[in-house]
Design a protein around this ligand. Structure first.
Ligand code: PAF
Length: 277
């Protein structure tokens, strides 16, 4: 049965669907999304689709890893009900014309370095939602801006879907797990935990009463500037809905960073005032 028909049949039978949208190359971060979805829904669909619309012309679309058989085995072990792995022309057939425009929230932070990226993300996420009919959809906190934009789209279009944010999974040394970590050279991998260490120092500063967003940003910037091989793209304290810098930092605001280690761009963030594992 085609994905959308199957999803509608589950819905009509009163079974709630949880969707975990992914681009494959699954790792422990995805496992935690799937495990959470498995706990909260009768049916779990994981989509695996490397979405060409969210890659810029100089980005790694062609090189993006596609280890489908390993992904399938991993998802079967986690007990998902369906893996939705459409070919590109099922999502974007030749007659496809309409696109979602992310608007101003898509132009800051990641959007500044990756113009058009979030238009591509929202376009595919909306289509995946319609094809899989989820009651809940699961996104990692690591891609914080993506989460904010998906939530905004859900509100703007009154989509009857609950967006569930799942905490970032980290290596024992604090590095946020990402499929791009595999591309780090040994010296870059050694430097990478400095990102979370710096975020952690600032988060503790916030816990200790430091509420000036610029001072929090400077704390991270100074620590990262002292780390060889790390080039900062941005360090920003932002409101978790508007993505603007607050006048005074409050609990729930997010401290986000993007850095380059060699050619590899890594992002990470912490929710200020939230408990971290
Ligand atoms: O986070 C990702 O893997 C992708 O941006 C998503 C949400 C699957 C859309 O292609």
């Amino acid at each position: 049965m085609a994905m959308q028909e199957q999803a509608i049949a589950w819905r009509q039978a009163g079974e709630e669907v949880g969707l975990v949208p992914t681009m494959g190359a699954l790792h422990a971060g995805h496992d935690s999304l799937v495990t959470r979805a498995r706990r909260e829904n009768q049916r779990v669909i994981v989509s695996i689709f490397v979405n060409p619309a969210q890659f810029g012309p100089n980005e790694d679309f062609a090189r993006y890893p596609r280890p489908f058989e390993a992904d399938r085995a991993r998802l079967e072990a986690l007990g998902v009900d369906a893996i939705f792995h459409p070919p590109v022309d099922q999502i974007y057939p030749p007659a496809f014309k309409t696109r979602v425009e992310a608007g101003p929230l898509g132009e800051v932070l990641e959007g500044k370095s990756r113009p058009g990226h979030f238009n591509g993300v929202l376009t595919v996420v909306l289509k995946l939602f319609l094809l899989t009919q989820p009651k809940r959809a699961y996104f990692g906190q690591k891609d914080f801006q993506q989460l904010v934009l998906v939530r905004q789209m859900v509100r703007d279009f009154a989509l009857p879907i609950r967006i569930v944010a799942v905490p970032t999974v980290r290596e024992p040394d604090g590095l946020a797990i990402s499929s791009r970590n595999a591309y780090l050279a040994p010296a870059e991998r050694e430097a990478a935990p400095a990102i979370y260490r710096a975020l952690d120092v600032a988060a503790k500063g916030f816990g200790g009463g430091l509420a000036d967003p610029v001072e929090l940003e400077d704390t991270v910037r100074h620590l990262l500037e002292g780390t060889p091989g790390v080039a900062i793209d941005y360090v920003a304290v932002v409101d978790e809905i508007t993505l603007r810098r607050p006048a005074r930092t409050g609990p729930g605001n997010v401290l986000a960073v993007a850095v380059k280690l060699g050619t590899i761009r890594l992002i990470d963030n912490v929710v200020l005032g939230a408990e971290r594992l």
